[in-house]
Design a protein around this ligand. Sequence first.
Ligand SMILES: C[S@@+](CC[C@H](N)C(=O)[O-])C[C@H]1O[C@@H](n2cnc3c(N)ncnc32)[C@H](O)[C@@H]1O
Length: 215
Amino acid sequence: MITKNMKKLEMAQIKETYFSEKILLSNFRKDAAAKKIPIIDETAGRFLEGACLIKNPENILEIGCGSGYSSYFLVKGLENGSYTAIDLNGERLKSAEIFIKSKFPDKNCIFLYGNAINMISSLKLRYDLVFIDAAKYEYTAYIKRLMSKIKKGSIIIADNIFYKDKIFSTAVTKHNYRSVMGIRDYINFVTSSGCFKTIFLDVGDGLSVSTFLGN
Ligand SMILES: C[S@@+](CC[C@H](N)C(=O)[O-])C[C@H]1O[C@@H](n2cnc3c(N)ncnc32)[C@H](O)[C@@H]1O
């Protein structure tokens, strides 16, 4: 039987969690902006959180965890599974590890330093949810290397898929050329290889969500 007092207590707990997380994430964003550290849009983070809740993945892989903002949303709902992060920026990776381990001390999180291009093939697990947010020009290289590390039904989410609408522009600056071509190539791969069913969402800077159909 739910008593009035129990309901009050639950509401107080929800309120406490809601506001403390709001402050935590807001401070994270301010700090990242001050240090010029790129992080995903908050709505993209919330999308990742929801995707993890629905998919309930056993093993999550993040390519380009940066300082751990996106990791927060991926790890938050993790139950018995694992989270593996790769980043080639040692300083950011360390911050991510300290942040995530302080927030979620009981969760199974592994932080790997290095270039994902060279590291994916030596990963031991099969991942049912992968989040790609590293170098745009390498997205296709990551997903091709991931093919043997995922299983039928695995979900690959990639950030910056619309890249501030630059991928639709006919006039690509020299500065953005590699990134724009990289994203276009990735879109082409996930839509035409026959191995994925993909949707594109106008969330944050654009997210692609690809379900692996098998080889
Ligand atoms: C946009 S930031 C990631 C932001 C992070 N996902 C977040 O929301 O907090 C991109 C990260 O990818 C990393 N990166 C770029 N190329 C990489 C590679 N080949 N292997 C591993 N990490 C890479 C960079 O060091 C950088 O920290």
